[in-house]
Design a protein around this ligand. Sequence first.
Ligand code: TRP
Length: 357
Amino acid sequence: MTKGTHAKKTVFSGIQPTGVVHIGNYLGALRNWADMLDDYDCIFCVVDLHAMTTPYDPAAMPESVRETLMVNMAAGLDPERCTLFVQSHVRAHAELTWILGTCASYGELLRMTQFKDKTSRYPENVNCGLFTYPILMAADILLYKAEVVPVGEDQTQHLEFAREVCRSFNGRFGETFPEPQPKFGPVTRVMGLENKAKMSKSLGNHIPLLAEPEEIWSLLRTAATDPARVRRTDPGTPEICNIHTIHLGFSSEEDILWCEEGCRSAGIGCVDCKKRLAGNMSASLAPVRERYKQYAAEPDYVHDVMLHGAKQCEQRAERTMHEVRKKTGCTTKSNRYLSPKGIQLFRSENSKQTREN
Ligand code: TRP
């Protein structure tokens, strides 16, 4: 398989620019991604084009994107060891989406559970972007010929779809893209504080990753635990308690054992267990908060990270698009295309153009 100049396998994943990142995102995804940085050629993308499929405030978008980038960097996506960029900064995502759309099955798209779910929940906002969302996601991945995609369980169907689109393109136009493989991390399904639904920002049942110790405690203090423990003297079952799940993400084995035994024997109360967790969580996230403050104080650096990522990815994307244009027959004879001004011709690969943002 062609890997260009990159000896390590390419990993790609997308991050929604929601601004607020919570401990569910951290334990379920971010932390696992950070562990991959040295072994893979990692590309992480803030997917603003995907975010356009749901109502949003355009004026607030740039700040949400920056914020998301900074929190993710602080959480372990070290910009020195991976490529970080913003989807809309690399135009080829939109171009490849169109091309792949001609290789995608309409019937398959209709079967996407996320599409069905979103359209039934928001019947007043069924836009076509919502429908073709998985094609854009396939384009994200294939543009960089990524071989590995770390995903959560909610994205497995989309990834399977991307694999089908990949096979379909390769079958129609010749072997071009490697089939991306999913990589599932250790499954940590963190429930919300009320323990009724998965932790999510939109449900407001989350602990922000950047929460200060006081906030962590005030959120944990009232969080749901094993309902069997009505009184302190009632024994509980740690395995069914969400607080226990979160302990597994932040506490030492010794502390986990202490909580498990104390819970089963009613030797400790839920408040004791939560206090221990709050301390551990505050301590283990202190470096994240610290790094975030540093990035927030250096807007030029964050800007540079974005610019550098866009440049890198644009070059890589352009290499793929050159091949795609040739294979699909949508090309001129030379490796040239019209500039946006429509008059000068320039070489796409060594373009010295300055970006507008
Ligand atoms: N759809 C993904 C999500 O909601 C985000 C995403 C966009 C993505 N493009 C991707 C994930 C490419 C993996 C690969 O979480």
